[in-house]
Write a protein that binds this ligand. Sequence first.
Ligand SMILES: [Zn+2]
Length: 473
Amino acid sequence: MSRQKIHLLTEQNGIESGVLDEVPRKKQKKEIESEITDDGGNENENENEKGNGNGKAEESDEFDDLEDTVRTETVGLKYTDSDIYLDTVNRKVLNFDMPLICSVSLATTNIHICLVCNRYLQGASLSSPAFTHAVDTNHHVYINTQTSKFIILPEQLVLSENRSKDLRDIQLLLQPKFGKQLISELDSRPLEGKTMAGEAYDVGFVPLVNDYMSDIIDTRFDAKEGNSILKHNTLYYALLHLPLVRDHLLEYKNSESTPLSNQLSNLTKKIWSPYLFKNFTSSFAIEYYLLSCRLPTKILDDVRLFYTWILNTLMKENKKLYKDLFTGKLVSKGGAKPIKFINLTVKLPQQSVFKGSTSLSIEQYDLMTLIKEKGYQVLKFPQYLVIYIDRTNDVQLEGIEQQLNKSIVKFDPNTLQLNERTNYKLLANITDSKVQVLDKSRKRWMEFDGVGVKEVEKELLFIANSQLQIWEK
Ligand SMILES: [Zn+2]
């Protein structure tokens, strides 16, 4: 875009919107343009060569279809090296955990986030919600959520690579970067992050907090029960602490054909990010994605069914990896044909009511014994063995159904010896409302209860009502 052209567009816009104080804005633009460096100019030329070489992209701005704009709007825009608006960036309000949806048009592509007020807005063109927001509110600095480039609006300038370094922490908040070295050390070297307020947090062990967002965004979320989100969070937490799943997702490059992997990858990168501004993150985006999957409540509310759905979907997206990690083969008692499994189920015997009492008996069972009683002959042990402890109850106590069998299942987290050659160690233990995961780097167990994460004694893990466990070979 030529300078004359920017000028022309500004004039047009001033006339169209009728809300601009033209004189100071033009002055600002002039200042910005005068500070465009050679570097910036070169980058711009390269960008033009790669993209729309004739620089005519802007002419079609008024005909943008807001729903379908997929081109990267930075192509053809001029670079600036100026820091003129950068002091208006308000890091305190920044939160990049929400689903990428334009708060005006509800479009889901080409979303920019206003770095002054955290609004999610589509586009950068003249007719776009982001542009209008810039004009209406005098908010100038935006980040493109696809490219991580900073856009200055309504001037329609891209911040140069060099100047973008001043906002590098914001790029890393949006898209944390993980080198091979960092990933390879996650289980051996404890890593500490520092929040914007200077508080230290243990990387990999921040809580997922979803409730604070319900008043900020789409009311469709209000209909969803908090309890099912908590259940989902415990499962995400467990899965994303399995080293081979985590490492794969940290290195994962999002692809249009793998929506669930994309979502889980984004969440993994946030949970394991050393660059968080606050010491928590959120699964809001993935929960929003689940809405579009229209799953029956039965699946959403049941940890085993939800796990099955997640794993089957992941296997559709990357059969080799997830099949290798989670699928085993067994012959069931009295069966002839080997069958594949992604989890072993053990059912607890029904609880009984003490005679003349109003309380249920709390029995104790040994996990190994429960598995042996099933009489499975396991032909292939998976890398990650998932055990589902079925706690559904048919017992009534004073007319009230006791849905959760609270019998204790004892196990040793260090060893589950399924045959002479196959030993498993516990990595994650999901209960009806919590999840406990092994922190390998600090050799301790951490418990996420839906609000916070705290250390828990290994010896006491079995006291919680385990429902889904993940063991590592
Ligand atoms: Zn704003």
